[in-house]
Design a protein around this ligand. Structure first.
Ligand code: PLP
Ligand code: COI
Length: 341
């Protein structure tokens, strides 16, 4: 077994032994294979470097009580990866190839999937970049698809303890731009606002709709949800937020398992009083309860700044119970991998 202090993992890069690499050239993907080399060798003129022609995904592998490994809804990541790629004129990647690469990488690095009960997970990062010798603004002549992984702990410190977020004056995406796809440019745009928020001791910022700045969109790394005082699960709808797989899972679980009304609708900043609980949700964020939101001079507190709200906690337990294999999953949500001893 590898020598890692599982309880002290944060959300940082760690070089694990194997990653998957496949090249696209002359209209087709090569076979692809695992490699131990964690350096990419690419042309200095690669469009990914100059014009941001790249997209990525994020998903996790979970160690179950019986030692097997669960992957959560990776078919959804495969679909979103292609939506992101096609928005930036990158070649289609067959979903089977995407999922096969993930399985290969997780199994090759299985010793790095944290043990059940530590709270740690393995974060998997698929990445597609436009490469090759090319200078004008246009689609790259070649592409690299790679998948690597690392064990991680919490993304937002505190876990289920509520934290505070700051309403940003900046936009992360344009109204009909690339906000709904997972491309690096959105994250580059959120670096400065996010850093400024963290300097002021907020976990991150919350972006408003770029058109009117009156509605909540999302966090730079997660979607937003609220629980209304009449027990409805509500999450913003907008063409410029990332369609979070966790968010869609929670919409389903709130309705089907908790018997709540669950909707996507506008969440107006001046109607936060309607919410009794709020949270950020995503693969890295899991469910992070939001204690309060700073908007200019005003600070709005939800359920409590100290303890997680009851509905948020129920949703969290249902979600992670499914991910770690302790609660029966809706059909098709889990791919279980058995590790050869
Ligand atoms: N929104 C943004 C901007 C993100 O980076 C993420 C993370 O992937 C999410 C939302 C959550 O999406 P998902 O639940 O699919 O991980
Ligand atoms: C994820 O949750 O997978 C993300 O991509 C968020 C962040 C680490 C960029």
């Amino acid at each position: 077994m590898v020598n890692i202090n599982w309880d002290e993992l944060g959300f940082s890069y760690m070089k694990t032994p194997f990653r998957y690499l496949s090249h696209w050239k002359n209209g087709e993907w090569d076979e692809g294979s695992l490699t131990e080399d964690n350096q990419l060798h690419i042309s200095e003129s690669s469009p990914a470097l100059h014009y941001g022609q790249q997209c990525f995904e994020g998903l996790k592998a979970y160690r179950c009580k019986d030692g097997s490994i669960n992957l959560f809804r990776m078919d959804q990541n495969a679909k979103r990866f292609n939506q992101s790629g096609s928005r930036l004129m990158m070649p289609h990647l067959p979903e089977e190839k995407f999922m096969d690469a993930i399985k290969q990488v997780v199994l090759a690095n299985h010793e790095y999937v944290p043990p059940y009960g530590t709270g740690g997970t393995m974060y998997i990062r698929p990445l597609l970049i436009g490469v090759g010798d090319f200078m004008g603004i246009g689609a790259a002549p070649e592409y690299i698809f790679t998948v690597f992984c690392m064990p991680v702990g919490l993304y937002f410190k505190g876990g289920l303890k509520p934290t505070n977020f700051l309403i940003s004056d900046y936009d992360r995406a344009a109204p009909v731009g690339t906000g709904a796809v997972k491309v690096g440019g959105n994250y580059a745009a959120s670096l400065l606002p996010g850093t400024e928020a963290k300097k002021r001791s907020f976990s991150d910022c919350i972006y408003l709709d770029p058109q009117t700045h009156t509605k909540i969109e999302e966090v730079g790394s997660a979607n937003f949800f609220g629980i209304t005082k009449d027990n409805q699960f509500i999450t913003p709808t907008s063409p410029s937020i990332l369609p979070s797989i966790t968010k869609y899972s929670l919409l389903y679980l709130a309705k089907e398992r908790l018997g709540m009304e669950a909707i996507e609708d506008d969440v107006y900043l001046n109607e936060l009083d309607k919410l009794s609980e709020a949270g950020a949700c995503g693969t890295a964020a899991v469910i992070t309860p939001i204690g309060g939101i700073q908007n200019g001079e005003e600070f709005h507190v939800f359920h409590s700044e100290e303890e997680v709200g009851p509905v948020t906690e129920k949703l969290y337990n249902e979600l992670i119970g499914i991910q770690f294999g302790d609660i029966e999953a809706p059909k098709g949500w889990i791919t279980n991998l058995t590790v050869e001893k």
